[in-house]
Design a protein around this ligand. Structure first.
Ligand SMILES: Cc1ncc(COP(=O)(O)O)c(C=O)c1O
Length: 479
């Protein structure tokens, strides 16, 4: 987001634009032949002058990174060789019960040992999070002796925080008010409450394939069933396939990560989001949309959410600050559209309130401008890390390995040769103090046996290098 660039007056703005676009190209998000935003578009959207953007594009041209095509715009000229990407998925179109919780708890329990190099958990290294700033805010808040800070904060939650979230909503294409929002204990509680507001035990929920195992655990724990939607590694769910599934089954709700999904890292183009919302609206099917990674998109402008196209209040948008600020604060939120009062009621029944001090802290962090600056740095680090890990994978893993190229976040979905069973790989890796997330955790019936998810949220280069090399060696031995 280049508007954040404009707030930092210590550097030349054009250099920052150069930096961001170079990162996107290096990391593979922008590929040879991809069009980059026009000078005018970037300038007007982000409040940077046309001459600044022009200067940046000239530098990029001179570096041989982009080329101007007359009457057409600017395009990416060159990029590094990257491993191929996995093909779109083809799950069976059948409804299934979900059984992943045992596998998930085994995997995560084993990874808690501090000696383990953690490439499995989708959490940013604490060193990347704004701990000093948060410490200061907490200290200031507590020194105020404000009784509110230690009291219950009943649903819908801390009003100044809800206002801050609403204030940012135009960035993702909505115009929410504080009243539209309910704060929750992380995105997990938000999704849990939203799904309970629209479906009950036995109902069918349509999900991406592969999908975040936390969604599967929620569906499993509520006795619901799942049907998997074929999904493209870059563009998210295939809408035609979803339409057919809707014809075939009585789908009660969809539960999707429309931007930077976990584990694929796919982001639905805004046009597809609009079509999705319209398709579901025709059938009155609610969409629970998890946008937890949306702020981590590397592109200059962050994408919209499906909520932006919601005219009937059928989209229940969920998110949190776990991936960007502080997972342990457990501050999340939902904008549940027409299901707002039901979600508020469920929130009260579920955990009564969201912890007050973390809500106050995040609210302050958002309000005083620290969040945008922090996000900018964080995204750069993640882009570097993704490039680093992708390069290591292409050097150390078998040559048939395929890797996704997400346009943000810090997760890679890796397809290994068919002969490599990722559960066996996981077990052996753990014996050598490396944790990965094996593919079967990401589907209701434990498919994706030769896939793994790698997190690039850690920053200790030597440990990561060593771990990837070890994984490559273990794979050689697996038959
Ligand atoms: C897609 C997705 N949703 C939700 C969560 C959990 O979020 P929170 O920690 O805010 O509950 C995660 C964590 O990995 C996730 O990847």
């Amino acid at each position: 987001m280049m508007d954040q660039i404009a707030t930092n007056r210590t550097d030349y703005l054009y250099e920052r634009v150069v930096d961001e676009i170079s990162h996107l190209v290096d990391q593979g998000t922008l590929r040879a032949g991809d069009r980059i935003p026009s000078i005018r578009k970037l300038s007007s959207k982000d409040g940077i002058s046309v001459s600044t953007v022009l200067q940046a594009y000239l530098v990029l041209e001179n570096k041989g990174i982009i080329e101007a095509r007359p009457q057409s715009g600017y395009y990416v000229k060159s990029h590094r060789d990257l491993p191929a990407e996995p093909k779109p998925t083809h799950p069976p179109p059948t409804v299934t019960a979900v059984g992943v919780s045992q596998l998930v708890s085994q995997v995560f329990h084993a990874a808690r040992d501090p000696r383990v190099t953690d490439l499995g958990a989708a959490t940013p290294s604490p060193g990347l999070l704004p701990i000093k700033r948060l410490n200061r805010i907490v200290g200031t808040l507590m020194r105020r002796y404000d009784p509110a800070a230690i009291n219950y904060d009943f649903p819908p939650g801390y009003e100044p925080l809800r206002r801050q979230i609403a204030k940012r909503s135009p960035e993702f294409g909505s115009s929410l008010t504080a009243d539209d929002i309910i704060t929750t204990n992380g995105a997990m509680e938000a999704v849990n409450l939203c799904i309970r507001a629209v479906a009950k035990a036995g109902d069918i929920i349509a999900i991406e394939s592969p999908t975040y195992f936390g969604f599967l655990q929620i569906i499993e724990s509520l006795g619901m069933k799942a049907v998997e939607i074929p999904t493209h590694a870059r563009n998210g769910i295939l809408l035609d396939e979803l339409e057919q599934l809707i014809r075939r089954h009585k789908i009660k709700a969809c539960l999707l990560c429309t931007n930077l999904s976990n584990p694929l890292g796919s982001s639905m183009p805004d046009k597809n989001k609009k079509e999705l919302v319209e398709l579901l609206a025709r059938r009155e099917i609610p969409l629970i949309e998890d946008d937890i990674y949306g702020d981590l998109c590397f592109a200059p402008l962050r994408p919209k959410t499906a909520k932006a196209y919601d005219k009937k209040g059928l989209v229940l948008l969920c998110s949190s600050f776990s991936k960007t600020v502080a997972p342990g604060f457990r501050v999340g939120w939902a904008a549940p559209g027409r299901f707002r009062s039901e979600v508020e009621r469920l929130k009260f029944m579920n955990t009564m309130a969201t912890a007050t001090l973390p809500q106050m802290t995040i609210s302050e962090f958002l309000e005083n401008g620290g969040y945008d600056r922090h996000l900018r740095r964080l995204k750069k680090r993640f882009a570097d890390q993704m490039r680093f890990v992708t390069d290591l994978v292409s050097q150390r893993f078998p040559k048939e390995t395929k890797v996704t190229r997400p346009a943000g976040g810090y997760l890679l979905w890796v397809e290994l040769p068919k002969r490599v069973n990722s559960l066996r790989l996981h077990a052996e890796a753990l014996r050598q103090n490396i944790s990965i997330a094996p593919g079967p955790m990401f589907s209701p019936k434990n498919r994706y046996e030769n896939f793994i998810r790698l997190s690039c949220g850690q920053t200790e280069s030597e440990r990561i290098e060593e771990a990837i090399a070890k994984l490559g060696r273990i794979m050689k031995d697996i038959r």
